[in-house]
Structure formats: structure tokens, C-alpha cells
Write a protein that binds this ligand. Structure first.
Ligand code: UDP
Ligand code: MG
Length: 341
């Protein structure tokens, strides 16, 4: 078989309702691309029949290569697993719910042929997303752009095509709490955007819970900025200055013979306010410490329960266990997926 030119990585978490349409449209696009293509479908611990459907899709069309993670690791790690396993010269990441229309891949590929190494899809308008989602996204990106050390393009999600060069750079970054779109801004290379209109979800409901959204937002800010720490420091400093001033005023009043009312209320306010600030600041520092701890433990980013289509033969149960931070595929051998690092 010819070397794969395009890999389409699709994270799948309980997407049985969209699956048939997804594979149909993926096949159409793979047919239209100007070289051999594969689709790497990553089951992120689905509890519905998604994985069974993936196995069936692979039986029908061997261009579908499938991986099942051992549990739900979240969107960002699922796409990382897919990119680890993809073998194409250009790798595209796309959602399973068809909010990212597959035919846009052709536009991304055209831009890649012009020599760009990271081609991201820019949302022109968003159909069928809640006001809350749009508002919270707008607020988040404003904050991120102000704070972060990266220049993340606006209205860009994880729908993008990356050239092997940029992908290898990305894959060398094994950080745990990932904000993939930020990491792709960080790697540099020649980047370009392609506009597209984001459809509404084909079927089913969003798999991004509020919790997952908040986690992603925190990873974006903390992963690319020390601004919260600086903020904590300035807040602490300002409060310290304020309390010294307050002390001076209190002494001056005392010396001037002004009778001070027993300050129960002001004391209580000061104590509760200050402990609130202290806890907030500690929590903020704790966020960074927790991330240092995550990295120090050096656990694998994800674990694979089963992968088919990546070796000489289908691996029945290949684990990204050992000390690896994820795994790499060795195509053309009978060896199971080999842990890296
Ligand atoms: N997804 C995943 N793991 C998760 C949550 C989501 O792999 O824990 C996948 C999901 O199946 C979809 C993509 O990530 O392919 C984007 O999720 P979704 O469409 O629910 O997010 P939204 O578009 O609402 O932000
Ligand atoms: Mg979606």
C-alpha cells in the first residue's frame, strides 16, 4: 500500500447517533483527496455502541483505523492519541459531530499544498450553539489573549490540518494538562487560516460538559501564562500596603485622642476578607503546583485498550502501559504498539 498522505483524526465519545453520517462523509472526502488517506477514529471511553460501530466501519473500509482508550480521557487527550498514531504527511483533526464539515478538509489540504504547515479552520459563524457557549467563549478568548504568552487566533478550535514537521514538534511536547490549540500556536511554523461556517451538531448532545469546558479554559490560561501568579502577588502586596496604612491611621487617631468604637465589625470583615484572599491565592498557586505534580509523576497521557489497523496485524489488546507517555505505532510489523520514552 502507498504511504498515507492524509490522516483524519476523529475523537469519538458516545457518538452512535452521528456515526453513520460521519463515516459516510469521511469516505467521500477521503475519495476526493489527492492521495492515500486514512481516518484514525479514537474512542474516548464511550459507553454506547460507538466502538462496535467503529469495528464495523473498519471491516467495511480498511482506511478506518480504530483505537479504543481504556476510559474517558477527554477530548484533548483523545486527539493527542489519534495524532500519535496517525501516519500521514498531513494530519487533520476534526470533531465527530459534523460541526466541522468534512468537506472543509479539501480547503485545508489546498492551503497546505501552498506550503503552510499549520492550517486552522476559522469559524465564520456558529449555527445552533447556545448564547451561553458563544458568550463564555468570547469572554474566555479575550482573557486568554490578554494574559497568555501565545498569540492564539480568534474563533479557532481544534479543527486544523498540520504538516508532519509541525506535528512532530507538537508530539514532542508531552505535557499532561493540554490545551492543544494553544500548543499549535506555540510551535510556530508557517500558519494560515481557512474560513468555514460551523454547522450545528448533526445529532445527539454536546459531550463537553460545563466542567470539561472550565477545565479546558483553566488549562489554556495556566498552560500559557504565569499572569494569575503575578496577579496573586500584586493582590497580596496591595493588601499588605493597605493594612499598614490602616495601622498608621489607627495609631494617629489614638494619639489624637479620638475614641475608637470597639471595632467588632471591621475586625470581622478584615479577617474574613483576608482569609478569603489567602485561600484564593493559595488555590491559584496550588493550580500550578498540581500541574508540576502531574508532570513529575510522569504517567502516560492515555492508555489504549485496543487498536486495530496500526501494525502488521490487528493488535488485540495493546496497552500504552509501561512508562511511556502514550505510544507510537510501528506500521508494517507484527509488534504491538510500542511505548515511547
Ligand atoms: N469528545 C471526546 N471526549 C470527551 C468529550 C468530547 O472525545 O470527553 C469528542 C466528541 O465526541 C466530539 C468532540 O470531542 O467529537 C467535540 O465534542 P462536542 O461536539 O461534544 O463539543 P462541542 O462542539 O459542544 O464543544
Ligand atoms: Mg460539537
Amino acid at each position: 500500500m502507498d504511504a498515507v498522505k492524509y490522516s483524519v483524526v476523529v475523537p469519538i465519545y458516545n457518538e452512535e447517533e452521528t456515526f453513520a453520517e460521519l463515516t459516510k462523509r469521511l469516505r467521500e472526502v477521503m475519495d476526493q483527496l489527492d492521495g492515500p488517506a486514512e481516518a484514525v477514529l479514537v474512542d474516548d471511553g464511550s459507553t454506547d455502541s460507538s466502538y462496535r460501530l467503529m469495528v464495523e466501519a473498519r471491516a467495511e473500509d480498511a482506511r478506518f483505523k480504530i483505537v479504543q482508550l481504556s476510559r474517558n480521557f477527554g477530548h484533548q487527550l483523545a486527539i493527542t492519541a489519534g495524532m500519535d498514531l496517525a501516519s500521514g504527511q498531513a494530519v487533520i483533526v476534526m470533531d465527530a459531530d459534523l460541526q466541522d464539515p468534512p468537506h472543509v478538509i479539501l480547503d485545508l489540504a489546498a492551503k497546505w499544498q501552498e506550503g503552510y504547515e499549520v492550517v486552522y479552520a476559522v469559524r465564520q459563524h456558529r449555527d445552533g450553539e447556545t448564547h451561553f457557549k458563544k458568550l463564555s467563549a468570547a469572554a474566555f478568548y479575550t482573557v486568554l489573549r490578554r494574559l497568555a504568552d501565545i498569540d492564539a487566533p480568534i474563533d479557532v478550535g481544534d479543527f486544523r490540518l498540520v504538516d508532519r514537521k509541525a506535528l512532530d514538534a507538537f508530539l514532542s511536547m508531552r505535557e499532561h494538562n493540554r490545551y492543544v490549540r494553544g500548543m499549535f500556536s506555540w510551535v510556530g511554523f508557517r500558519q494560515a487560516g481557512v474560513p468555514y461556517s460551523r454547522d450545528s451538531r448533526h445529532a445527539g448532545e454536546s459531550k463537553y460538559t460545563l466542567r470539561k469546558m472550565i477545565r479546558l479554559a483553566v488549562n489554556g490560561i495556566i498552560g500559557f501564562s504565569a499572569a494569575p501568579l503575578k496577579l496573586a502577588m500584586s493582590a497580596g502586596f496591595l493588601l499588605a500596603v493597605a493594612s499598614v496604612l490602616y495601622g498608621i491611621v489607627a495609631i494617629a487617631l489614638k494619639l489624637a485622642g479620638v475614641h475608637l468604637v470597639p471595632g467588632y465589625t471591621s475586625l470581622l470583615v478584615a479577617v474574613t476578607f483576608l482569609s478569603g484572599v489567602q485561600l484564593t491565592v493559595m488555590g491559584m498557586v496550588g493550580q500550578y503546583v498540581a500541574r508540576v505534580y502531574d508532570e513529575a509523576r510522569g504517567r502516560p497521557l492515555y492508555l489504549i485498550r485496543e487498536a486495530r489497523g496500526f501494525g502488521g496485524k490487528d493488535a488485540a489488546a495493546t496497552n500504552g502501559h509501561a512508562t511511556g507517555n502514550g505510544i507510537t505505532a510501528h506500521a508494517g510489523t507484527d509488534a504491538p504498539l510500542v511505548p515511547t520514552r
